[in-house]
Design a protein around this ligand. Structure first.
Ligand SMILES: Cc1cc2nc3c(=O)[nH]c(=O)nc-3n(C[C@H](O)[C@H](O)[C@H](O)COP(=O)(O)OP(=O)(O)OC[C@H]3O[C@@H](n4cnc5c(N)ncnc54)[C@H](O)[C@@H]3O)c2cc1C
Length: 383
Protein backbone atom coordinates (compact mmCIF):
# COMPACT_ATOMS: atom_id res chain seq x y z
CA UNK A 1 0.00 0.00 0.00
CA UNK A 2 2.98 2.29 0.60
CA UNK A 3 3.24 2.90 -3.15
CA UNK A 4 -0.13 4.73 -3.03
CA UNK A 5 1.11 7.24 -0.46
CA UNK A 6 2.74 10.59 -1.14
CA UNK A 7 6.08 11.52 0.46
CA UNK A 8 4.54 13.43 3.37
CA UNK A 9 2.17 10.56 4.18
CA UNK A 10 5.00 8.04 4.02
CA UNK A 11 7.18 10.16 6.30
CA UNK A 12 4.38 10.46 8.86
CA UNK A 13 3.72 6.74 8.67
CA UNK A 14 7.36 6.20 9.65
CA UNK A 15 6.99 8.63 12.57
CA UNK A 16 3.79 6.91 13.76
CA UNK A 17 5.41 3.48 13.63
CA UNK A 18 8.47 4.68 15.51
CA UNK A 19 6.31 6.32 18.18
CA UNK A 20 4.23 3.18 18.58
CA UNK A 21 7.29 0.91 18.76
CA UNK A 22 8.74 3.09 21.53
CA UNK A 23 5.77 4.30 23.55
CA UNK A 24 2.96 1.79 22.92
CA UNK A 25 4.25 -1.72 22.13
CA UNK A 26 6.22 -2.20 25.36
CA UNK A 27 3.25 -1.16 27.54
CA UNK A 28 0.10 -2.37 25.79
CA UNK A 29 -0.14 -5.67 27.68
CA UNK A 30 0.36 -3.90 31.01
CA UNK A 31 -2.45 -1.40 30.19
CA UNK A 32 -4.70 -4.31 29.30
CA UNK A 33 -4.00 -6.00 32.65
CA UNK A 34 -4.39 -2.76 34.62
CA UNK A 35 -7.53 -1.78 32.63
CA UNK A 36 -5.95 1.65 32.51
CA UNK A 37 -3.48 3.64 30.41
CA UNK A 38 -0.78 3.84 33.03
CA UNK A 39 2.27 6.07 32.44
CA UNK A 40 2.56 9.11 30.24
CA UNK A 41 1.46 7.85 26.83
CA UNK A 42 -1.48 10.27 26.52
CA UNK A 43 0.79 13.23 27.34
CA UNK A 44 3.28 12.01 24.74
CA UNK A 45 0.54 11.61 22.12
CA UNK A 46 -0.68 15.13 22.86
CA UNK A 47 2.84 16.48 22.54
CA UNK A 48 3.25 14.74 19.18
CA UNK A 49 -0.01 16.33 17.95
CA UNK A 50 -1.74 12.98 17.56
CA UNK A 51 -4.93 14.07 19.32
CA UNK A 52 -5.40 17.15 17.14
CA UNK A 53 -4.51 15.24 13.98
CA UNK A 54 -7.07 16.56 11.48
CA UNK A 55 -8.14 19.79 13.16
CA UNK A 56 -6.99 22.93 11.32
CA UNK A 57 -3.84 24.62 12.57
CA UNK A 58 -5.80 27.71 13.65
CA UNK A 59 -7.38 25.53 16.36
CA UNK A 60 -4.06 24.01 17.37
CA UNK A 61 -4.40 20.89 15.21
CA UNK A 62 -2.13 19.42 12.54
CA UNK A 63 -4.46 19.82 9.56
CA UNK A 64 -3.68 16.28 8.36
CA UNK A 65 -5.66 14.64 5.60
CA UNK A 66 -7.80 11.56 6.12
CA UNK A 67 -5.24 9.17 4.63
CA UNK A 68 -2.72 10.35 7.25
CA UNK A 69 -5.39 9.94 9.95
CA UNK A 70 -5.91 6.38 8.69
CA UNK A 71 -2.18 5.66 8.89
CA UNK A 72 -2.12 6.98 12.46
CA UNK A 73 -4.96 4.66 13.47
CA UNK A 74 -3.42 1.70 11.71
CA UNK A 75 -0.06 2.21 13.43
CA UNK A 76 -1.68 2.44 16.87
CA UNK A 77 -4.14 -0.37 16.08
CA UNK A 78 -1.15 -2.63 15.41
CA UNK A 79 -0.34 -2.54 19.13
CA UNK A 80 -3.33 -1.37 21.16
CA UNK A 81 -6.99 -1.24 20.10
CA UNK A 82 -7.84 0.36 23.45
CA UNK A 83 -5.45 3.25 22.98
CA UNK A 84 -6.51 3.71 19.35
CA UNK A 85 -10.04 4.16 20.68
CA UNK A 86 -8.83 7.38 22.31
CA UNK A 87 -7.89 8.71 18.86
CA UNK A 88 -11.31 7.53 17.63
CA UNK A 89 -13.44 9.39 20.16
CA UNK A 90 -11.28 12.50 20.22
CA UNK A 91 -11.75 12.75 16.44
CA UNK A 92 -15.50 12.07 16.67
CA UNK A 93 -16.02 14.91 19.14
CA UNK A 94 -13.57 17.32 17.49
CA UNK A 95 -14.74 16.83 13.92
CA UNK A 96 -18.45 17.02 14.81
CA UNK A 97 -17.78 20.33 16.57
CA UNK A 98 -15.59 21.57 13.73
CA UNK A 99 -18.39 20.90 11.25
CA UNK A 100 -21.46 21.94 13.24
CA UNK A 101 -20.24 23.93 16.26
CA UNK A 102 -20.75 27.69 16.59
CA UNK A 103 -17.70 29.97 16.46
CA UNK A 104 -17.82 30.22 20.25
CA UNK A 105 -18.04 26.44 20.70
CA UNK A 106 -15.09 25.95 18.35
CA UNK A 107 -12.86 28.53 20.00
CA UNK A 108 -13.80 27.25 23.49
CA UNK A 109 -13.38 23.50 22.90
CA UNK A 110 -11.25 22.74 19.84
CA UNK A 111 -7.86 24.09 21.02
CA UNK A 112 -7.85 22.10 24.29
CA UNK A 113 -9.10 19.00 22.44
CA UNK A 114 -6.35 19.45 19.81
CA UNK A 115 -3.70 19.80 22.49
CA UNK A 116 -5.05 16.80 24.41
CA UNK A 117 -5.69 18.95 27.49
CA UNK A 118 -9.27 17.74 27.39
CA UNK A 119 -10.48 14.29 26.39
CA UNK A 120 -13.82 14.14 24.59
CA UNK A 121 -16.45 11.40 24.85
CA UNK A 122 -19.31 10.74 22.43
CA UNK A 123 -22.50 9.65 24.17
CA UNK A 124 -24.96 7.80 21.98
CA UNK A 125 -25.54 4.30 23.39
CA UNK A 126 -28.00 3.82 26.24
CA UNK A 127 -28.75 0.86 28.50
CA UNK A 128 -31.82 0.15 26.33
CA UNK A 129 -29.74 -0.12 23.13
CA UNK A 130 -27.24 1.45 20.79
CA UNK A 131 -28.17 0.27 17.30
CA UNK A 132 -31.48 2.09 17.01
CA UNK A 133 -30.64 5.75 17.43
CA UNK A 134 -34.23 6.82 16.75
CA UNK A 135 -35.17 5.07 20.00
CA UNK A 136 -32.82 7.03 22.27
CA UNK A 137 -34.55 7.83 25.56
CA UNK A 138 -32.31 10.63 26.82
CA UNK A 139 -34.55 13.66 27.23
CA UNK A 140 -33.95 17.36 26.75
CA UNK A 141 -36.80 19.32 28.31
CA UNK A 142 -37.39 22.95 27.49
CA UNK A 143 -35.91 25.27 30.13
CA UNK A 144 -36.77 28.48 28.24
CA UNK A 145 -34.74 30.75 25.97
CA UNK A 146 -33.37 27.83 23.94
CA UNK A 147 -31.91 26.17 27.07
CA UNK A 148 -32.66 22.58 28.08
CA UNK A 149 -32.68 20.34 31.13
CA UNK A 150 -30.99 17.02 30.37
CA UNK A 151 -31.92 13.65 31.88
CA UNK A 152 -30.66 10.28 30.74
CA UNK A 153 -27.96 7.64 30.83
CA UNK A 154 -25.23 6.76 28.33
CA UNK A 155 -23.33 3.51 28.65
CA UNK A 156 -20.31 1.72 27.14
CA UNK A 157 -18.88 5.19 26.53
CA UNK A 158 -15.18 5.12 25.59
CA UNK A 159 -12.97 7.25 27.83
CA UNK A 160 -15.96 8.40 29.89
CA UNK A 161 -13.73 7.85 32.92
CA UNK A 162 -11.31 10.62 31.92
CA UNK A 163 -13.44 12.76 29.60
CA UNK A 164 -13.56 16.49 30.30
CA UNK A 165 -16.41 17.03 27.89
CA UNK A 166 -19.26 14.91 26.51
CA UNK A 167 -21.24 15.22 23.32
CA UNK A 168 -24.64 13.90 24.38
CA UNK A 169 -27.43 12.95 21.98
CA UNK A 170 -31.09 12.58 22.89
CA UNK A 171 -34.52 13.98 22.07
CA UNK A 172 -36.42 17.15 22.86
CA UNK A 173 -39.95 15.90 22.26
CA UNK A 174 -39.65 14.42 18.77
CA UNK A 175 -36.56 16.42 17.82
CA UNK A 176 -33.12 14.80 18.05
CA UNK A 177 -30.71 17.10 19.91
CA UNK A 178 -26.92 16.99 20.39
CA UNK A 179 -25.23 19.14 22.98
CA UNK A 180 -21.96 19.77 24.75
CA UNK A 181 -21.88 18.83 28.42
CA UNK A 182 -18.75 19.78 30.39
CA UNK A 183 -17.80 17.07 32.88
CA UNK A 184 -17.97 19.43 35.85
CA UNK A 185 -21.65 20.35 35.17
CA UNK A 186 -23.91 19.79 38.18
CA UNK A 187 -25.82 16.52 37.78
CA UNK A 188 -23.16 14.58 35.80
CA UNK A 189 -21.81 11.36 37.29
CA UNK A 190 -19.68 8.62 35.76
CA UNK A 191 -19.43 4.99 36.83
CA UNK A 192 -16.40 3.13 35.42
CA UNK A 193 -17.02 -0.13 33.54
CA UNK A 194 -14.45 -2.85 34.20
CA UNK A 195 -14.21 -6.51 33.24
CA UNK A 196 -14.50 -6.02 29.46
CA UNK A 197 -13.31 -8.93 27.31
CA UNK A 198 -11.29 -6.54 25.15
CA UNK A 199 -10.54 -2.81 24.91
CA UNK A 200 -9.88 -3.14 28.61
CA UNK A 201 -7.85 0.06 28.89
CA UNK A 202 -10.34 2.22 26.99
CA UNK A 203 -11.71 3.86 30.14
CA UNK A 204 -15.29 2.81 29.45
CA UNK A 205 -18.00 4.19 31.66
CA UNK A 206 -21.67 4.81 32.19
CA UNK A 207 -22.50 8.51 32.41
CA UNK A 208 -25.68 9.61 34.14
CA UNK A 209 -27.17 13.04 33.56
CA UNK A 210 -29.65 14.21 36.17
CA UNK A 211 -31.35 17.56 35.66
CA UNK A 212 -28.23 18.92 33.97
CA UNK A 213 -28.67 22.50 32.78
CA UNK A 214 -27.75 22.87 29.13
CA UNK A 215 -27.53 26.52 28.03
CA UNK A 216 -28.65 27.33 24.48
CA UNK A 217 -24.99 28.10 23.70
CA UNK A 218 -24.12 24.40 24.22
CA UNK A 219 -26.59 22.98 21.67
CA UNK A 220 -24.72 21.73 18.58
CA UNK A 221 -26.33 22.77 15.31
CA UNK A 222 -29.99 23.21 16.15
CA UNK A 223 -32.71 21.00 17.62
CA UNK A 224 -33.70 18.44 14.99
CA UNK A 225 -30.16 18.34 13.54
CA UNK A 226 -28.53 15.72 15.75
CA UNK A 227 -29.19 12.44 13.95
CA UNK A 228 -29.18 13.84 10.41
CA UNK A 229 -26.11 16.08 10.69
CA UNK A 230 -24.05 15.91 13.89
CA UNK A 231 -23.98 12.16 14.54
CA UNK A 232 -23.14 11.18 10.92
CA UNK A 233 -20.01 13.36 11.02
CA UNK A 234 -18.90 11.79 14.30
CA UNK A 235 -19.69 8.29 13.00
CA UNK A 236 -17.84 8.84 9.71
CA UNK A 237 -14.62 9.59 11.58
CA UNK A 238 -15.35 6.92 14.17
CA UNK A 239 -15.84 4.26 11.52
CA UNK A 240 -12.75 5.22 9.53
CA UNK A 241 -10.69 5.22 12.69
CA UNK A 242 -12.05 1.81 13.69
CA UNK A 243 -11.58 0.37 10.19
CA UNK A 244 -7.91 1.40 10.21
CA UNK A 245 -7.47 0.21 13.79
CA UNK A 246 -8.81 -3.19 12.64
CA UNK A 247 -6.35 -3.10 9.75
CA UNK A 248 -3.52 -2.61 12.26
CA UNK A 249 -4.72 -5.54 14.36
CA UNK A 250 -5.01 -7.68 11.24
CA UNK A 251 -1.43 -6.81 10.29
CA UNK A 252 -0.30 -7.75 13.80
CA UNK A 253 -2.00 -11.16 13.47
CA UNK A 254 -0.31 -11.84 10.13
CA UNK A 255 3.11 -10.87 11.46
CA UNK A 256 2.75 -12.86 14.68
CA UNK A 257 1.48 -15.90 12.75
CA UNK A 258 4.30 -15.79 10.21
CA UNK A 259 6.89 -15.39 12.93
CA UNK A 260 5.50 -18.30 14.96
CA UNK A 261 5.14 -20.51 11.88
CA UNK A 262 8.77 -19.85 10.96
CA UNK A 263 10.28 -20.40 14.41
CA UNK A 264 8.27 -23.15 16.12
CA UNK A 265 9.79 -26.56 15.51
CA UNK A 266 7.75 -29.76 15.95
CA UNK A 267 9.89 -32.85 15.48
CA UNK A 268 11.25 -32.61 11.96
CA UNK A 269 8.91 -29.89 10.79
CA UNK A 270 8.28 -26.21 11.33
CA UNK A 271 4.68 -25.20 12.06
CA UNK A 272 4.85 -23.23 8.82
CA UNK A 273 5.53 -26.46 6.86
CA UNK A 274 1.97 -27.70 7.41
CA UNK A 275 -0.42 -27.01 4.57
CA UNK A 276 -3.19 -26.16 7.02
CA UNK A 277 -1.03 -23.46 8.65
CA UNK A 278 -0.11 -22.08 5.25
CA UNK A 279 -3.78 -21.95 4.26
CA UNK A 280 -4.54 -19.85 7.37
CA UNK A 281 -1.66 -17.51 6.55
CA UNK A 282 -2.77 -17.25 2.92
CA UNK A 283 -6.29 -16.31 3.99
CA UNK A 284 -5.24 -13.69 6.53
CA UNK A 285 -2.57 -12.27 4.22
CA UNK A 286 -5.10 -11.88 1.41
CA UNK A 287 -7.57 -10.26 3.82
CA UNK A 288 -4.79 -7.90 4.89
CA UNK A 289 -4.17 -6.75 1.32
CA UNK A 290 -7.89 -6.31 0.68
CA UNK A 291 -8.41 -4.39 3.94
CA UNK A 292 -5.49 -2.07 3.10
CA UNK A 293 -7.11 -1.14 -0.18
CA UNK A 294 -10.60 -0.71 1.26
CA UNK A 295 -9.31 1.51 4.07
CA UNK A 296 -7.24 3.59 1.68
CA UNK A 297 -10.20 3.95 -0.71
CA UNK A 298 -12.47 5.07 2.14
CA UNK A 299 -9.93 7.61 3.46
CA UNK A 300 -9.28 9.00 -0.01
CA UNK A 301 -12.99 9.22 -0.82
CA UNK A 302 -13.49 11.20 2.40
CA UNK A 303 -10.56 13.50 1.59
CA UNK A 304 -11.97 14.09 -1.86
CA UNK A 305 -15.56 14.50 -0.60
CA UNK A 306 -16.79 11.80 -2.95
CA UNK A 307 -20.50 10.97 -2.58
CA UNK A 308 -19.45 7.30 -2.15
CA UNK A 309 -17.33 8.11 0.91
CA UNK A 310 -20.06 6.96 3.31
CA UNK A 311 -20.52 3.56 1.65
CA UNK A 312 -16.80 3.05 1.15
CA UNK A 313 -16.29 3.71 4.86
CA UNK A 314 -18.99 1.20 5.77
CA UNK A 315 -17.42 -1.49 3.59
CA UNK A 316 -13.93 -0.78 4.97
CA UNK A 317 -15.10 -1.01 8.59
CA UNK A 318 -17.24 -4.07 7.93
CA UNK A 319 -14.55 -5.97 6.06
CA UNK A 320 -11.56 -5.00 8.19
CA UNK A 321 -13.27 -5.74 11.52
CA UNK A 322 -14.53 -9.14 10.38
CA UNK A 323 -11.18 -9.99 8.79
CA UNK A 324 -9.48 -9.03 12.07
CA UNK A 325 -11.73 -11.44 13.98
CA UNK A 326 -10.92 -14.30 11.56
CA UNK A 327 -7.20 -13.53 11.60
CA UNK A 328 -7.05 -13.30 15.40
CA UNK A 329 -8.82 -16.64 15.66
CA UNK A 330 -6.35 -18.28 13.26
CA UNK A 331 -3.36 -16.58 14.89
CA UNK A 332 -4.25 -18.16 18.23
CA UNK A 333 -4.70 -21.50 16.45
CA UNK A 334 -1.22 -21.26 14.92
CA UNK A 335 0.28 -20.36 18.29
CA UNK A 336 -1.45 -23.30 20.00
CA UNK A 337 -1.69 -23.30 23.80
CA UNK A 338 0.92 -20.54 24.02
CA UNK A 339 -1.50 -18.31 22.12
CA UNK A 340 -4.10 -18.81 24.83
CA UNK A 341 -1.90 -17.26 27.50
CA UNK A 342 -1.68 -13.58 28.29
CA UNK A 343 2.05 -13.60 27.60
CA UNK A 344 1.30 -14.00 23.86
CA UNK A 345 0.12 -10.80 22.16
CA UNK A 346 -2.25 -12.83 19.96
CA UNK A 347 -4.37 -13.65 23.02
CA UNK A 348 -5.06 -9.93 23.50
CA UNK A 349 -5.67 -9.41 19.76
CA UNK A 350 -8.22 -12.22 19.92
CA UNK A 351 -10.10 -10.51 22.77
CA UNK A 352 -9.90 -7.03 21.25
CA UNK A 353 -10.87 -8.09 17.72
CA UNK A 354 -14.43 -9.09 18.59
CA UNK A 355 -15.22 -5.61 19.87
CA UNK A 356 -14.24 -4.10 16.54
CA UNK A 357 -17.37 -5.77 15.16
CA UNK A 358 -19.55 -4.03 17.74
CA UNK A 359 -18.31 -0.46 18.07
CA UNK A 360 -19.32 2.26 15.59
CA UNK A 361 -22.27 0.12 14.53
CA UNK A 362 -22.39 -3.66 14.67
CA UNK A 363 -21.65 -5.86 11.64
CA UNK A 364 -25.39 -6.52 11.30
CA UNK A 365 -26.15 -2.79 11.12
CA UNK A 366 -23.35 -2.46 8.54
CA UNK A 367 -24.90 -5.29 6.51
CA UNK A 368 -28.23 -3.48 6.55
CA UNK A 369 -26.67 -0.17 5.43
CA UNK A 370 -24.32 -1.68 2.84
CA UNK A 371 -27.04 -3.83 1.29
CA UNK A 372 -29.31 -0.78 1.12
CA UNK A 373 -26.59 1.16 -0.73
CA UNK A 374 -26.15 -1.64 -3.28
CA UNK A 375 -29.89 -2.06 -3.74
CA UNK A 376 -30.44 1.67 -4.17
CA UNK A 377 -27.72 1.75 -6.80
CA UNK A 378 -30.02 -0.56 -8.76
CA UNK A 379 -33.39 1.21 -8.32
CA UNK A 380 -35.33 -1.56 -10.04
CA UNK A 381 -34.54 -3.80 -7.03
CA UNK A 382 -35.07 -1.20 -4.27
CA UNK A 383 -38.17 -1.26 -2.08
C1 LIG B 1 -15.34 -1.10 23.37
C2 LIG B 1 -16.61 -0.36 23.11
C3 LIG B 1 -16.57 1.03 23.04
C4 LIG B 1 -17.76 1.74 22.83
N1 LIG B 1 -17.71 3.12 22.83
C5 LIG B 1 -18.86 3.82 22.67
C6 LIG B 1 -18.86 5.26 22.73
O1 LIG B 1 -17.81 5.89 22.90
N2 LIG B 1 -20.05 5.90 22.59
C7 LIG B 1 -21.23 5.25 22.40
O2 LIG B 1 -22.25 5.89 22.31
N3 LIG B 1 -21.27 3.88 22.37
C8 LIG B 1 -20.11 3.17 22.50
N4 LIG B 1 -20.13 1.79 22.45
C9 LIG B 1 -21.39 1.11 22.28
C10 LIG B 1 -21.61 0.62 20.84
O3 LIG B 1 -21.76 1.70 19.98
C11 LIG B 1 -22.86 -0.28 20.88
O4 LIG B 1 -22.50 -1.41 21.62
C12 LIG B 1 -23.33 -0.68 19.50
O5 LIG B 1 -23.85 0.42 18.80
C13 LIG B 1 -24.41 -1.76 19.58
O6 LIG B 1 -25.38 -1.40 20.49
P1 LIG B 1 -25.81 -2.44 21.65
O7 LIG B 1 -24.58 -2.95 22.27
O8 LIG B 1 -26.77 -1.72 22.52
O9 LIG B 1 -26.48 -3.62 20.90
P2 LIG B 1 -28.02 -3.70 20.49
O10 LIG B 1 -28.39 -2.45 19.75
O11 LIG B 1 -28.83 -4.06 21.68
O12 LIG B 1 -27.99 -4.90 19.46
C14 LIG B 1 -27.97 -6.27 19.91
C15 LIG B 1 -27.86 -7.19 18.70
O13 LIG B 1 -28.97 -6.96 17.81
C16 LIG B 1 -28.48 -6.67 16.51
N5 LIG B 1 -29.36 -5.68 15.88
C17 LIG B 1 -29.83 -4.54 16.42
N6 LIG B 1 -30.60 -3.88 15.53
C18 LIG B 1 -30.60 -4.63 14.41
C19 LIG B 1 -31.22 -4.50 13.12
N7 LIG B 1 -31.98 -3.45 12.82
N8 LIG B 1 -30.98 -5.45 12.20
C20 LIG B 1 -30.21 -6.52 12.48
N9 LIG B 1 -29.61 -6.73 13.68
C21 LIG B 1 -29.81 -5.78 14.63
C22 LIG B 1 -27.09 -6.09 16.72
O14 LIG B 1 -26.29 -6.22 15.56
C23 LIG B 1 -26.59 -6.95 17.87
O15 LIG B 1 -26.11 -8.16 17.36
C24 LIG B 1 -18.97 1.05 22.65
C25 LIG B 1 -18.99 -0.35 22.68
C26 LIG B 1 -17.83 -1.05 22.91
C27 LIG B 1 -17.89 -2.54 22.95
Amino acid sequence: MDSFLNDAQRARQRDFREFVARHVAPFAAEWDRAENLTGDVVARMSEAGYLGNMLPEKFGGQGWDMVTFGLLNEAFGRESAALTDLITVQAMVSMALLKWGTDNQKSRWLPPLARGEIIGAFGLTEPTGGSDLQALRTQFTDAGGGAFRLNGQKTWISYAQTAGVFVVVGHAGALPVACIVPRESAGVSVEPITGMVGYRAAGLGTATFTDVEVPAANVIGKPGFALSHVVPIGMQFGRLSTACSALGLLRACVEESVSRAATRRLGNAWVGDFGTTRAMIARMGTDLRAAELLCLAACRATDEREPEAFTKTLTAKYFASRAAVRAADDAVQIWGAAGCHESAPVSRYHRDAKLLEIIEGTSQIHEELISRAFLEAEPKHAR
